[in-house]
Design a protein around this ligand. Sequence first.
Ligand SMILES: [Zn+2]
Length: 126
Amino acid sequence: MTIQFLDPTGERYGIPTYPYRLAPAGLFTAGQLTEMGFRPAFPTAPDAQLMWLSSRRGTGTRTALLYWAHKSVQKTPVTTGQLAALERANAARMTCLDCGRNVGYVIPVDLGACLDCGPTYRKAAA
Ligand SMILES: [Zn+2]
């Protein structure tokens, strides 16, 4: 029985505590929040915890910290500046060093030039 871990007021364990699988909807672990594109609003204490008996020996307990989804923050979206930088970097990788065209595909590093210029460019450099 895991009723010993049911402590919604946190009287016994310090923070609201629920048995495994019995936490109220809206409480998630940091990992679950991350998967949903959120993160706990650090720095913050966890809002609750899960507690369950270690399945390995039946002795000792394990805990997982929980955070309210509505108190978490959405991860910072990529800024337009970051997007522009990414675009510039991509453009640079697709620009032929020989003819200077953006050829629309990533220039093979060993060629350093587009596939049109590649063979002659490599000859010229050799
Ligand atoms: Zn070229």
